[in-house]
Write a protein that binds this ligand. Structure first.
Ligand code: ADP
Length: 197
């Protein structure tokens, strides 16, 4: 199964991707995690990406397309994958389509998590406060200013992907404000319907 999770920052894509990944035995491919790993490694890509990520802007399509192309060629992706945080621009979506076509593979579904964005901002702030209070550390882009930037990048560059995938007949929308397990159940229903199609 090849699946994309779509939705604004903080919508719960990562949480749901992890649950689906262990249920279906296919990897979660999170470009955010891959980029943070590159930053932590101090690799050339990481050095270029760090300040862009910290400010809440998008890393270049070129860099991200390349890391995804490499990741999709790993053996664990052969049976399928869950893309979390990619594609984020129409250029990335077109690159993914060409990449899959080159391998004679298809996407099964694009699941969009619909959320209340004001509630997301509050959710992020509460999570940061609780984590810091417990002595933990938070992401460099988890502050009000970067979060607003991530949201505006989402509106400008990622939101157009909904109609892109609706035109392709792949888009399925789920209420992302429901309880975590209800969101998982709704996604599973949509996947079952997509596979029947
Ligand atoms: P969130 O969805 O919560 O904002 P992510 O972990 O998916 O967090 O992404 C964090 C940052 O990594 C983004 O703000 C961006 O700078 C970079 N990034 C992740 N995925 C992509 C992508 N597909 N294209 C460009 N930049 C990306």
């Amino acid at each position: 199964m090849r699946l994309i999770l779509l939705g604004p920052p903080g919508a719960g894509k990562g949480t749901q991707a992890k649950i689906l990944s262990s249920k279906h035995g296919i990897p979660q491919l999170s470009t955010g995690d891959m980029l943070r790993a590159a930053v932590a490694d101090g690799s050339a890509v990481g050095l270029r990406a760090k300040s862009v990520m910290d400010s809440g802007q998008l890393v270049s399509d070129e860099i991200v397309n390349e890391i995804v192309a490499e990741r999709v060629d790993q053996p664990d992706s052969a049976r399928g994958f869950i893309l979390d945080g990619y594609p984020r621009t129409v250029v990335q979506a077109e690159s993914l389509a060409a990449m899959l076509e080159g391998k004679s593979k298809q996407l099964d579904a694009v699941i969009e998590l619909k959320v209340d964005e004001e509630a997301l901002g509050r959710r992020m702030e509460n999570r940061v406060r609780e984590t810091l209070a417990a002595g933990g550390s938070v992401r460099a882009d988890d502050n009000a200013e970067s979060f607003r930037r991530r949201m505006s990048e989402y509106h400008a560059k990622t939101a157009p992907l909904s109609s892109f995938y609706a035109r392709a007949g792949l888009l399925r929308v789920v209420d992302g404000m429901a309880a975590m397990s209800a969101v998982t159940a709704a996604i599973e229903n949509q996947l079952a319907a997509a596979v029947r199609n």
